[in-house]
Design a protein around this ligand. Structure first.
Ligand SMILES: *Cc1c(COP(=O)(O)O)cnc(C)c1O
Length: 737
């Protein structure tokens, strides 16, 4: 069977990588690499082309930061502002000596200091940071008090005012009253290219471009070419008539930026999942440092060139430019590596704080007081990698963290997975998605099940992606009003949720709905666990039906965006059905639904979860005495029994009572005695030496040479592992080891 590759990969990789190009353009602005070629060429490169760089940075910020607070989610903005303030602070300190050396601070007044800090920056490129802070705050205010069109108009008006203090100043100058106003302004800031007049429009544009439904890449490219050529003409005309006071702002710059940004959003490229997440992170951090450090590198390169008497290196030239760029990049990458290493370490420490020594040990011991789950981080990582290895590079994991991550603890697991580069999650219901977002989980969160129309606002508010369950449901979603992001579920034979794959018109109609952003198309296989003939042909028929629908859609000019079909068993038994995502659940947790499957795939996966409790008390049960509810058990001879501090309310099936279940204590097996209670279990410890109150008892997991797997427990209880895990009690402590 043919593997189906769709065009859409991870959404924002290309944005992240374009930052490096933007940083290189900023370096060009400050080194004029073509100055010795021709003045026109240099003007084109540094005053026209390179002017896209900073607006680009603002737009990325806008898309991610303002998208966060436009729906009044607080967390995003303060954290972002803090980060920018810290970077600004570091940069100010770093450039202090250079500024002193260059004589910037001679005879400056308090007003000058304020002007520098709030508008101009304390070194020529550092204006960007205060502009970011001012801009984000302004835009935050706009989002609080204005509707989207009004916001854009206000930001455009501000930009217009900025234009006449920048490239079009020559015109403003001709009207004395206007000129006076601008002169007054210039006593407060040196340029109108700042956080008030320049940043807000691009910040809002970033958020807006992300939402815009214009997706045809050919139209976008045409728009970019036309607007860019027009902007060049605008710039050269302005220069010809000597109207420019400064040259960062053009009428057409926002238009060019819109098309450019949209193209980057729409034509993301494929990267290897795990490595790429790291490389992309590095590129993002490095581009920031290139921005911050390159002026210092310019000074260093000039200085070194003068000492060594290499003229080409000292003067503005391509040689000088590349020397500065490469050196800046090298230092910045080194810094990025350094930060990543430390960040990882500190995160480890945070996540592991429940198992460390000292005062923390007390807390850990507290949490292991009664009944708890131990989650093996290494096993989870192993499973992530094992599953990724079975999939082609373009297919990413979408972790199924529904039902509290199959009982493991959704927030905990999602955080650990995020560290492994997983950036897509699926949940069963809106509430689960909201919980993850509130705890700061980023990336896509797909709600697989039904969401009541009363809760549609939550979908929008928390940026959750909803599954379209059928056509009528799509109509309801569309009627909500605000744009909702959806994946269309396709029913190819399970007959649970989804639009029938034969109903092409219905699917097309959903794509046309005005308020739905269709980000994907998926189906669910219902016998992919079967490896025998009827199951295989049913699964292949499901896949064919899905592919047929996609072909028909494409013939009608619709791109399905991203597609996905496999769950855990799909990845194991049908790796060739890989799409853009594989929605993996049970296998991620290192187990499979049945014992037989577990032995078929022996060694591939490692169980993440162990369930443990403590011995509350040990006592004798003398011959003829009964124990537990219903006096179902009577001792045939004298025996030692232990009462454990966990019961069916913690997720142990009551089915495992007398004669079925057992637990592990001190490396020995202890069979269950009598009926399992809500909060206690009694076990026979006659054969366990030295058992005493406070001992650990393992309900799921290893103990010495013995093991009880979740699959064993499921088999004993006559169900599948999935049910056992997803019913793990809410009152269990969950501890990462
Ligand atoms: C639960 C679920 C999954 C994950 O299934 P596993 O078999 O646990 O990997 C995938 N897709 C859908 C639609 C689901 O409901």
């Amino acid at each position: 069977m043919q593997m189906y590759k769709s065009k859409r990969k991870k959404r924002y990789d290309s944005l992240d990588w374009f930052r490096l190009a933007a940083a290189a353009l900023v370096v060009a602005i400050h080194t004029s690499p073509l100055a010795d070629v021709s003045a026109d060429a240099d003007f084109f490169l540094t005053r026209v082309l390179a002017r896209i760089a900073v607006p680009f940075f603002f737009m990325v910020t806008g898309q991610f930061v303002t998208a966060g607070f436009a729906d009044r989610r607080a967390g995003g903005m303060p954290a972002y502002l803090k980060k920018i303030a810290v970077l600004y602070g570091i940069s100010i300190l770093f450039y202090l000596p250079l500024g002193v050396y260059a004589g910037h601070y001679k005879e400056i007044s308090f007003a000058d200091v304020l002007r520098m800090l709030v508008f101009d920056g304390t070194f020529y490129h550092l204006w960007y940071f205060p502009a970011c802070i001012t801009g984000v705050l302004l835009v935050y205010g706009m989002c609080r008090f204005l509707k989207e069109p009004q916001r854009l108009v206000l930001a455009a008006v501000l930009y217009g005012i900025g234009l006449f203090g920048d490239s079009y100043y020559g015109l403003a100058e001709r009207v004395p009253a206007v000129m006076e106003l601008y002169e007054a302004g210039f006593s407060v800031f040196s340029y109108t290219r700042n956080g008030i007049f320049f940043a807000p429009l691009f910040l809002l544009f970033g958020a807006w471009a992300g939402e815009s439904r214009l997706k045809d890449v050919r139209i976008l490219w045409a728009g970019l070419c036309v607007s860019f050529v027009a902007m060049c003409e605008e710039a050269f005309l302005l220069r010809h008539f000597e109207l420019q006071k400064h040259d960062s702002m053009y009428v057409l710059l926002p238009v060019v930026m819109f098309f450019l940004y949209k193209i980057l959003l729409e034509s993301s490229f494929t990267l290897k999942s795990r490595k790429s997440a790291l490389q992309t992170k590095l590129a993002v951090t490095a581009s920031t440092w290139i921005y911050i450090l390159h002026p210092a590198v310019i000074v260093a390169v000039r200085g070194a060139a003068k000492v060594a008497k290499v003229k080409a290196l000292a003067d503005n030239s391509l040689v000088h430019y590349f020397a500065v760029l490469l050196l800046s990049a090298a230092v910045s990458y080194a810094l990025a590596f350094f930060f990543m290493y430390f960040h990882k370490k500190s995160r480890r420490k945070k996540a592991g704080e429940h198992q460390d020594s000292g005062s923390r040990q007390v807390r850990t011991q507290d949490r292991r007081a009664r009944a708890w789950l131990e989650l093996d981080r290494g096993a989870l990582r192993h499973n992530v990698n094992a599953l990724r290895e079975r999939l082609p590079d373009f297919c990413r994991l979408m972790a199924a963290v529904k039902a509290d991550a199959y009982g493991h603890g959704a927030v905990l697991i999602a955080r650990l997975l995020q560290e492994e580069g997983v950036d897509a999650f699926c949940v069963a219901c809106v509430k689960e998605g909201v919980q993850l977002r509130k705890k700061g989980i980023q990336g896509m969160i797909l709600v697989l099940g039904y969401t009541h129309p009363q809760q549609f606002a939550l979908l929008e508010h928390y940026r959750l992606t909803q599954t379209v369950i059928d056509h009528a449901y799509a109509v309801q979603l569309n009627a909500y009003g605000g744009t909702l992001h959806v994946h269309i579920g396709i029913d190819t034979g399970m007959h649970r949720l989804g639009v029938r794959s034969s109903c092409l018109e219905e699917v097309v109609n959903i794509y046309q709905m005005e308020h739905l952003a269709v980000d994907g198309l998926f189906t669910h296989l219902c016998v992919s666990d079967a490896v025998t003939e009827p199951g295989r042909s049913y699964t292949n028929a499901q896949a064919q039906a899905f592919y047929r629908l996609i072909r028909q859609l494409e013939q009608q000019g619709y791109s399905p965006a991203c597609i996905h079909m496999q769950a855990s068993y799909g990845v194991l038994n049908y790796p060739e059905l890989a799409g853009d995502y594989a929605r993996v659940g049970i296998a991620l947790y290192g187990v499979l639904s049945t014992k037989e499957d577990m032995s078929r795939w022996h060694g591939l996966l490692q169980p993440v979860l162990s369930m443990k409790t403590r011995v509350a008390t040990v006592k004798m049960l003398y011959q003829g005495e009964s124990a537990g509810y219903g006096i179902r058990f009577t001792a045939k001879q004298d025996m030692k029994i232990a009462t454990l501090a966990a019961g069916y309310a913690d997720g142990i099936p009551r089915m495992l009572s007398e004669g079925v279940g057992s637990v592990l204590i001190r490396g020995c097996r202890a069979p269950v005695v009598g009926r399992i209670c809500m909060d206690q279990i009694t076990v026979d410890v006659s054969a366990v030496p030295h058992v005493e109150a406070g001992d650990e008892a393992v309900l799921i997991g290893r103990c010495g040479d013995l093991e009880i797997s979740a699959c064993d427990m499921a088999a004993q209880a006559g169900t599948i592992t999935n049910e056992i895990l997803s019913r793990m009690g809410a009152r269990l402590e969950r501890i990462v080891v």
